[in-house]
Design a protein around this ligand. Sequence first.
Ligand SMILES: Cc1cc2nc3c(=O)[nH]c(=O)nc-3n(C[C@H](O)[C@H](O)[C@H](O)COP(=O)(O)OP(=O)(O)OC[C@H]3O[C@@H](n4cnc5c(N)ncnc54)[C@H](O)[C@@H]3O)c2cc1C
Length: 441
Amino acid sequence: MADGDRIVIVGAGVAGLRAAERLRELGFDGEIVVVGDEARRPYHRPMISKQLVMGAARPPDTTLRAYGDLDVHWRLGTRATHLDTVERVVHLPGGESLWYDGLVLATGVVPRHLPGSPRHDPRVRVLRTIDDALAVRHCLHASNKPAVVIGGGLIGNEFAASMRHLGRDVTLVGHAKAPLHRFGSRISDAVVKLHKEHRTKLAMGSEVRHWISTDDTVGLHLTNNKLLVASCVVLAIGSVPAVDYLRGSGLDVEDGVLCEPTLFAEGADDVVVAGDLARWPNLRFDEVPRRVEHWINAVESSRAAAENLIAGRSAATPFAPLPRAWSTLYDVRLQMAGMPSLGEDTVSLADGITGFIRAGQLVGITAWDKPRAMLDWTAELDRRLPVPEYTPSLASPEPVETWPDEQFDTDERFYPDERFDTQEFYAQFADEFDAAEDFAR
Ligand SMILES: Cc1cc2nc3c(=O)[nH]c(=O)nc-3n(C[C@H](O)[C@H](O)[C@H](O)COP(=O)(O)OP(=O)(O)OC[C@H]3O[C@@H](n4cnc5c(N)ncnc54)[C@H](O)[C@@H]3O)c2cc1C
């Protein structure tokens, strides 16, 4: 990138914000435009299912700080409608087009809707944005009848715990046998026990057969023949990448945007992808492209994507982090590192610490309320999963077209001796991670 260039960032979430920040840290002096369809500055999304929905925080409390003066042109409340990678233009509503020299795609995911659910009933909600949280609170205020959450993943469990914190009657419905079953039986057994202690009702192994909307309530007839009556139903059944505007752009948007190990979009010289949207091969694990939907990944991938955009595709380095995430249920802290979902077997590593093994190799760990031990085990996992040499054959199966002004991409002012160092990054942003984790407590 050269002075005077324009970098457009699509998506004003944490990944968009941290990408802008990293571009400025690296000395990028050109124009940065951030396009976001929400009408708000980037905010702390994990608070939605916890403090916001409980009313323990207000929307302004969630706003993310930027480190330093970003000098960014915000285009909030503006939805990107189409991308033309040949003309290097992002299309906006009203026929407006925004040219770019470099592009960061960071539009995250949108909640999945449940087929057959009454989508237009205001008492049936999803939880992704601040507006969603406010709408759920509105439902809860309107009636003190029970709440129901459908979905036994992290957000569904967090929402159920938040409801019990408010003293609300809540039932968690899920088609799996147990909540959080993806994290292994040790965690899911512990979650079941915890919900029971807090008198959260569970209807696992069941689905909704019929929906019955009345003036006062929403009825849910389950496949286990139970009938639940609720004043507020939250659908927390996963999410799909926000890629509508990318269809027809030539990018592979099968499940997020397919990327090279460096987070450059496959086949594009000037487009990098960050956050929940990116599907890339994390070479620490294997060469299979996958997405990661966690906060720390959004922060780290956006910084890495910004670095690689400045470095240019030919000098870019792979993004091979050790994914880490947390959740809070009641007062218990659940933490993950690596990729537990890849495990074929589990092993108890220490009290509350479960290891996930693939082909004799530790690939992930979870911790049940053991933050101190988790630090040590995360360091151990990091040691056991070294980042392999980057093989150029993975970099680009297609010949890469270079820009006429590519000399700027490797400009020493910006990059060469800056390699992403997780430890250094942690030290630098310790406050942010502490704050993020405090929010989640
Ligand atoms: C309720 C909830 C609780 C969570 N709790 C945790 C937790 O405890 N721990 C954890 O590790 N992770 C948690 N997460 C996940 C974490 O919040 C995400 O991984 C992170 O926010 C991803 O950041 P992102 O910037 O990639 O995407 P997002 O934060 O989703 O930001 C993307 C932005 O792009 C916008 N956008 C989409 N399409 C367009 C378009 N066409 N044009 C313009 N803008 C567009 C979106 O509206 C959004 O504002 C939680 C997520 C949710 C929803």
